[in-house]
Design a protein around this ligand. Structure first.
Ligand code: ARG
Length: 406
């Protein structure tokens, strides 16, 4: 019997191959989905084969990831708990769908992943796999065996499975949209992360450039179509390169680290550290352009939708119908989100310093405090009176009663 395993080449999934073989006697078919993790995919294939898999697939899904997962996240300003740009959360349903595709091709309904029972990834894999292949059996050896990372390392050693030295210190998940670093010394929430946790963002002050730099981002209907001179073509050509470029440029200036306490689906609070230079800068630029173009009513309501969208995506409900309902709302808000934004980056800090749009609602004539203002101030008096009416009445009523009682 065949089992199809989502294989990253890391500790969990390498241990999972061997466990599926010895415990269940399966012929293991591994699938490595390229979502821009930048790993050596040939080396991963060789590792799978060295552990004795029956067959290995490498699937390049980078463009699909960029266009169908990352771009909707940008339009949704997707930041879980206001901070985490959802890199891992976005990639999981795509990886799961590729595993299901291969399982169909291989004629099996036994699916496997290397997730632990403590994280969010099991939720994302299980739900997506079941939604796409309702009768599948899902095996998650690390979860099923209740293995700790140290036990896994021991098992790998005993079985002669080679593990990269970085994987011994941290649990890493990375893709085009970000890099999550967990475990090891990072589990002490009261301590600053060691510098060796970081790869994408320059954290060495002596290596940060002395002068600021600017990143120019252009949006069409909410979609980032150009970053500096890199432009995406029709059907997403160049989208991957554009995001990679933004990661590299912002990372070099020390921009892109997130360090926060995150609420996992399974109830655990965890200290999470991310590197996401492109995500943080592009989402900030997109938000700022929306502020120029959307009305205050649209912006306020969209924030509620964004929070809900991020929560669904984070918690493994990518295929929940509400998510596509929300996407339709979001899409509708993006109709006029066209324009250009400039982000300034300097020694780890970044901010938007300029924005413009043909659909801008910003009117200098209305906003100016200098001469030439077109705003009729005499209208304000009556407005303020009505705007505060209930607050003024409530205060008056309550203080009158208080005086009578006291
Ligand atoms: N906390 C993040 C999330 O749930 C990152 C998970 C990283 N996964 C990993 N296997 N290291 O999306």
């Amino acid at each position: 019997m065949k089992a199809v395993l989502a294989y990253s080449g890391g500790l969990d999934t390498s241990v999972a191959i061997r466990w599926l073989q010895v415990k269940y006697g399966y012929d293991v078919v591994t699938v490595t989905v390229d979502v821009g993790q930048g790993d050596n995919l040939k080396a991963i294939e060789d590792r799978a084969k060295a552990i004795g898999v029956a067959k290995h697939y490498t699937i390049d899904a980078r463009k699909e990831f960029a266009m169908n997962y990352v771009m909707p996240c940008i339009k949704a300003n997707g930041l879980y708990e206001g901070k985490y740009p959802l890199a891992t959360a976005l990639a999981r349903p795509l990886i799961a769908s590729k595993v299901v595709e291969i399982a169909r091709k291989e004629g099996t309904e036994i699916l496997a992943h290397g997730c632990t029972g403590k994280g969010n990834d099991q939720v994302r894999f299980d739900i997506t796999m079941r939604a796409l292949m309702p009768s599948c059996t899902i095996i998650a050896p690390i979860r099923d065996m209740n293995m700790t990372r140290d036990e896994e390392l021991e098992f790998a050693k005993k079985e002669g499975i080679e593990i990269a030295s970085e994987a011994k210190r941290y649990s890493i998940d990375q893709n085009l949209w970000g890099r999550a670093i967990e475990g090891g010394s990072l589990e002490y929430a009261d301590r600053e992360p060691d510098a060796d946790a970081f790869r994408w963002v320059n954290v060495d002050p002596s290596l940060l450039p002395d002068d600021p730099t600017y990143m120019h981002i252009e949006f069409e209907h909410g979609l980032p179509v150009a970053v500096d001179d890199l432009r995406i073509g029709s059907n997403g050509k160049g989208a991957v390169e554009m995001i990679e470029y933004a990661n590299e440029k912002a990372g070099k200036y020390g921009v892109g680290i997130v360090d926060h306490i995150e609420d996992r689906v399974v109830g655990i609070k965890s200290r999470e550290v991310y590197e996401a230079p492109a995500a943080l800068t592009i989402i900030e630029a997109h938000k700022e352009l929306e502020k120029l173009v959307l009305t205050s009513h649209q912006l306020r309501f969209k924030q509620i939708v964004e929070q809900q969208w991020s929560m669904l995506t984070y918690s493994g409900l990518w295929l929940e119908p509400l998510r596509s309902d929300l996407d339709r709302f979001i899409e509708s808000t993006q109709e006029y989100v066209n324009g250009k934004v400039t982000v300034k980056m300097y020694k780890g800090a970044f901010r938007v310093v300029a924005r413009s749009s043909p659909y801008s609602l910003y009117d200098e004539g209305l906003a100016t405090y200098s001469k030439g203002s077109t705003f009729d101030q005499s209208l304000a008096r009556g407005f303020v009176e009505l705007w505060g009416l209930q607050s003024i009445v409530a205060n008056r009523v309550r203080s009158t009663i208080m005086r009578m009682e006291g």
